[in-house]
Design a binder for this molecule. Structure first.
Ligand SMILES: O=C1O[C@H](COP(=O)(O)O)[C@@H](O)[C@H](O)[C@H]1O
Length: 263
């Protein structure tokens, strides 16, 4: 097994936001230096709100602290098979929380939502999304798996991440980059998701988990053998020290796994 993931905890969400911003901007700046673009996959759920607070905050004015949205490519770590203006859409969530609020002088990211033409065929929606990844990544990097500069993920109360759910056969999928699911235990049932190998291949992988509602699952993921079988635990094991968890004290109260002191 690789090195353990990095677990950071902060007194509150307010205290988590500045380090999350620094972390994302470090990833951004390294990616821009490396290949002039910043390729990010973003989850839905509670993440976009916290992420928006981090990225829309007033910076310190330095070049390193500038969010260069114009050089971002934003993909979705998972998406629900609903119209893009539907309340359940992860695209709509990110648009409402973040994309529509980006000040003009920071540039506009290139955003890659799912294609609504395939709402009736979730497998085709997944295949078409994989094609979008192939155009962006394989043509550029000629790699077996797309290499996201950063994946920003959530952790459901059952330990799911993206739309990879505990004990689901999709966890064993090793070939496809994007998968379809028609029996998601959390509604809506039809979704698409990045596969576990794609998630674990990311250059950096960050989870954001806040609030007492995440406490039981955080204990299970970090302190039990069963945790290693849960989707979030599989990402911890597969991504090793590329993985960083941004949590508040409420979420990790009682978790024995050692916290990292600072970024
Ligand atoms: O259904 C989903 O849930 C997870 C976790 O959401 P949270 O509200 O518990 O943070 C989310 O990461 C995923 O993108 C979403 O589709």
């Amino acid at each position: 097994m690789g090195k353990p993931p990095n677990l950071y905890s902060f007194a509150s969400t307010d205290d988590l936001v500045p380090p999350l911003r620094s972390y994302v901007l470090n990833c951004q700046n390294a990616a821009l230096e490396r290949h002039g673009k910043f390729s990010v996959a973003v989850s839905g759920g509670s993440l976009p709100k916290t992420l928006a607070r981090a990225l829309l905050a007033q910076g310190d004015g330095s070049a390193e602290d500038r969010v260069q949205f114009g050089k971002w490519e934003v993909f979705f770590a998972d998406e629900r098979c609903v119209p893009l203006d539907h309340a359940d859409s992860n695209y709509k969530l990110l648009k409402d929380e973040l994309l529509d609020k980006i000040p003009g002088d920071l540039g506009r990211p290139a955003v890659f939502p799912v294609d609504e033409a395939y709402l009736d065929d979730v497998q085709e929606m997944a295949d078409q999304y994989e094609k979008a990844l192939v155009s962006s990544f394989a043509a550029r990097d000629s790699v077996k798996l797309p290499l996201f500069d950063l994946l920003l993920l959530g952790c459901g109360p059952d330990g799911h991440t993206c739309s990879l759910f505990p004990n689901h056969p999709l966890l064993r999928e090793s070939d496809a980059w994007v998968l379809s699911i028609s029996d998601s235990p959390k509604p809506p049932a039809r979704r698409i998701t990045l596969s576990l190998p794609v998630v674990c291949h990311g250059l950096k992988i960050a989870f954001v988990a806040t609030g007492a509602g995440k406490r039981d699952i955080m204990r299970k993921i970090f302190d039990t053998d069963e945790g290693h079988t849960l989707p979030c635990g599989l990402v911890n094991d597969g991504g090793a020290d590329k993985v960083s968890w941004f949590t508040d004290n409420d979420a990790v109260h009682g978790v024995g796994f050692p916290r990292r002191g600072s970024l």
